[in-house]
Structure formats: structure tokens, C-alpha cells
Design a protein around this ligand. Structure first.
Ligand SMILES: Cc1cc2nc3c(=O)[nH]c(=O)nc-3n(C[C@H](O)[C@H](O)[C@H](O)COP(=O)(O)OP(=O)(O)OC[C@H]3O[C@@H](n4cnc5c(N)ncnc54)[C@H](O)[C@@H]3O)c2cc1C
Length: 417
């Protein structure tokens, strides 16, 4: 079934009786060529590109809950390609280009909105760093504009420009950045993969990984054993636990990240705005809610819910940057489990087990990576060679120390990235 304006009109006139479920609900087969563990954004995009780019359709995605129930449906939906370091720069640049063609590629409305991402700076040093970062972005072929304080004020007049501690000096704007509807991205990739013959199997938790003579042979699940020639682990916050099923100890820590949404308001924030002196960022959803978030909960945890001290911390940052937010009522908050790597950059690589591949370490920036990660991981699984834009996301950088991509410059401390 293809979506189009004509189709919506026709369905509207005939009582909307023609719509069908977006994907099948197949029982798992005994064996597949490729099993992808994890039905989040990255796992579904991987399955889609395996089928579309490599013609590999004897593929299953195994999801322990429901498709899109993990971080892909819990994030604050920000999409950008504003990295500074080689490795990250080319990868996110490629990913943003895929975002720009995603709705056509998937024939699905993911509500991609290139409303601009504006990072504020609050000191001369920070402005200098943003100038350097903007130049890196432009060298990579992406857009970046350094804005003066007055240009920022024109765009977002409601901020506290003269805050005694954190006056606003200007900002770095990427107009091609923005937001997309997060769960629609999962549904779009799921539908596209299913249409190409991939089996999407929900309520199917992987509980074991079978290895013989150093090679993966299949997985054990709550719905029985499944043989597979190749297996990809793409389980975000659960990466450490699932990799342990194959005897691996990953350099990943899991931490909770929270987000918040207010009651619906009239349109007041056109862009995504990030505070440069505290971990706070905000945008306005299409329903009018102010969507915002902040720091990790600071300690390792697998609880997909937040706590009050961090809620207070985020609200304080919000009030510092834009006091008018104090009048809005928060409707709800939620949390997701982040797969934090020591340098804040991801891993897309083979593992020491033949036929077993790993995709993790997305920290709190993995939503914007969904298309690029799926594309690169599919390439790696299909060809056994790294995809060029993701070639630096190697697992061994944490043992050799070569190729570390520490964008934040905070060193090997997971919860500071
Ligand atoms: C509050 C919050 C805000 C965020 N904001 C942004 C943002 O603005 N921009 C951005 O780029 N990123 C953001 N992120 C990060 C982004 O959401 C994640 O990095 C990304 O979604 C992770 O990849 P995923 O979608 O594949 O993960 P998930 O959706 O979590 O997918 C992993 C899946 O694996 C499944 N799984 C786990 N164990 C097993 C098993 N044993 N067997 C089978 N299945 C299993 C899980 O059930 C889950 O569905 C945010 C995250 C949170 C929580």
C-alpha cells in the first residue's frame, strides 16, 4: 500500500475501510541468514537497508517488547550534523542527507522539520570554539552560521540575554537541523523492511547467543531457538547485557536520560535552542508542548524512568535561560536508557566472534544517527567491510587508544559526555 494525497482522499470518501496494518506479525522461522537483535530505530533501519541496498531479505528483527518502545520513542527528536571531529563529522553529515530524503524513501510521513538548531554561547572562549566548530561543519559540506547576540535576539526574543552569570553572546545555527516525529521514524523503517520481506518479531527477547568454534550460529529467545549465519546486536541501553550473552564485556555504561513536556501552548519557539552553560535544550512540538531535557541522572542504571533531583536540575537551567517557561505547566516526564561510551562516540564494528556485529554507544545523540547508523551497519553486515563514513567507529579504539573521538573533551568518563 502506498501513501499519497489521492489515497487519503479516496479513503476519506469510502469510510477509511481500505487501510491495512503497516507490517505483518509473523511467527519466527527456525533459521535466517541474518538476525538483528533490537527493534529500535537503529535495528529497524539496519533491516530496511539490508533489504533495500543489499537485497538481503531472509532477515529477522527480534524485539523483546514492541517496535519503537525503546529510546527511539522516548527522545526529544533533535536531528543535526554539527560535529567537530573527523569520524563523527562525515558520519552525521551522511545521516542528515538520509534524513532529508527519508520521507520519499520510506513513503511515510516522519514529520521531518528542518527548523534549525541553535546552540547558544555565553563567553568569548565558547564563541571562539563555535567558530571553529562551524568551520569544521562547513568543511564537511554542511551548513553553519555564527550569529551575533542581536541576530539571536531577533530569532528568540524571550531568552534572558542579560543574565548576570550567563549572558548570551551569540550562537551557532544549523538551519538544516531540526526535529522529526520519533516513533514515526521507527514505524516508517518497520513498514519499509516488512514490505521487502523482513520478519519483524515482537515480544521476542534474546536470552542467549550460540557460538561454535568462534563463529555465531544463532540465538536463543523467549520464542525458541533461531539459527542465523550472522547476528547484529543493536540494543542501545541493553548493549552490555546482550553482549555479555556472547561473553563480551563492553566499554559501555547505561545511564538514564529524562525529558519533559509542558501543556500545549500557542507557537512560541520556532527552532531547537540549546543552552551553552547548562545541559538544557528545548523545542516546541507540533501539538504545542514545549519539549525539553537536560543531563543524565549521573549514576549507572537500567531504570527507564527519571528522578526528582534531575527534574529540579533541568528546571533550574530552564528558568535561567528563559524565565517565561516558569508559567508553563509540565504535563509529564519520562526516561530512557542511554548506552554511554567512554569518548561519547559510537561503535559500529565486527566483534571477535565471527559473524557477530555490534552497533552501540550512541549516548544521547542516537536519534539523529538512525538512518546513517542503519545504512552503515547494514553495509558492514552485508559486506564484512566498514562503510566509509562509519569506518572510525571501531571497538578496538578503547584498548589501543588510537582514534578516540572525544567531542566534549571530557576524557574517559561515560556520564560526562
Ligand atoms: C529522553 C531522551 C532524549 C533524547 N533526545 C535525543 C535527541 O534529541 N536527539 C538524538 O539524536 N538522540 C536523542 N536521544 C537518544 C536516542 O533516542 C537514542 O540514542 C537512540 O534512540 C538509540 O537507538 P535505538 O533507537 O535503536 O534504541 P531503542 O529504541 O532503545 O532500541 C533498542 C531496542 O532493543 C530492544 N532490546 C533490548 N534487549 C533486547 C533483547 N535481549 N532481545 C530483543 N530486543 C532487545 C529494546 O526493547 C529496544 O526496543 C534521546 C534519548 C532519550 C532517552
Amino acid at each position: 500500500m502506498r501513501f499519497s494525497g489521492l489515497r487519503i482522499l479516496a479513503e476519506g470518501l469510502t469510510g477509511n475501510r481500505g487501510w491495512r496494518p503497516h507490517w505483518r506479525d509473523p511467527a519466527p522461522k527456525d533459521a535466517y541468514d541474518i538476525v538483528v537483535i533490537g527493534g529500535g530505530g537503529h535495528g529497524l533501519a539496519t533491516a530496511f537497508y539490508l533489504a533495500k541496498e543489499h537485497g538481503l531479505t531472509n532477515v529477522a528483527v527480534l524485539e523483546k517488547g514492541y517496535l519503537g518502545g525503546g529510546n527511539v520513542g522516548r527522545n526529544t527528536t533533535i536531528v543535526r550534523a554539527n560535529y567537530n571531529l573527523p569520524g563523527n563529522s562525515e558520519f552525521y553529515s551522511h545521516s542528515l542527507k538520509l534524513w532529508e530524503g527519508m520521507e520519499q524513501e520510506l513513503n511515510f510521513n516522519t514529520m521531518m522539520s528542518q527548523r534549525g538548531v541553535l546552540n547558544l554561547c555565553h563567553s568569548d572562549g565558547q564563541r571562539d570554539y563555535y567558530a571553529r566548530r562551524g568551520n569544521s561543519m562547513r568543511n564537511q559540506g554542511d551548513d553553519a552560521e555564527l550569529l551575533s547576540r542581536e541576530q539571536v535576539r531577533e530569532m528568540v526574543p524571550f531568552l534572558d540575554y542579560d543574565n548576570v552569570r550567563f549572558p548570551i553572546y551569540g550562537g551557532l545555527l544549523q538551519r538544516r537541523g531540526g526535529t522529526a516525529r520519533h516513533d514515526a521514524v521507527a514505524w516508517g523503517y518497520a513498514r519499509g523492511a516488512d514490505q521487502r520481506g523482513v520478519d519483524l518479531i515482537q515480544n521476542c527477547e534474546v536470552t542467549g547467543i550460540d557460538i561454535e568454534n568462534g563463529r555465531v550460529t544463532g540465538v536463543r529467545t523467549t520464542r525458541g531457538a533461531i539459527k542465523a549465519k550472522k547476528v547484529g546486536i543493536v540494543v542501545a541501553g541493553r548493549s552490555g547485557q546482550v553482549a555479555a550473552l556472547a561473553g563480551m564485556r563492553l566499554p559501555i555504561e547505561s545511564h538514564v536520560l529524562q525529558a519533559f513536556v509542558t501543556e500545549g501552548l500557542k507557537p512560541c519557539i520556532d527552532n531547537v535552542v540549546t543552552f551553552g552553560m547548562g545541559h538544557f535544550y528545548i523545542s516546541q512540538s507540533d501539538k504545542g508542548g514545549l519539549v525539553f531535557g537536560g543531563d543524565l541522572d549521573f549514576y549507572a542504571s537500567y531504570a527507564a524512568r527519571g528522578n526528582l533531583p534531575m527534574a529540579e536540575h533541568v528546571m533550574e537551567a530552564a528558568m535561567t535561560l528563559m524565565p517565561m517557561i516558569g508559567k508553563a505547566r509540565v504535563l509529564r516526564s519520562w526516561g530512557g536508557i542511554m548506552d554511554m561510551s567512554p569518548d561519547g562516540s559510537p561503535i559500529i564494528d565486527r566483534t571477535p566472534v565471527e559473524g557477530l556485529y555490534l552497533n552501540c554507544g550512541w549516548c544521547y545523540g542516537g536519534f539523529k544517527a538512525v538512518p546513517g547508523s542503519g545504512y552503515s551497519f547494514a553495509h558492514l553486515i552485508a559486506t564484512d567491510r566498514p562503510h566509509e563514513p562509519a569506518a572510525r567507529f571501531r571497538l578496538d579504539r578503547f584498548t589501543t587508544g588510537r582514534g578516540i573521538m572525544d567531542e566534549e573533551g571530557t576524557g574517559a568518563q561515560h556520564n560526562l559526555h
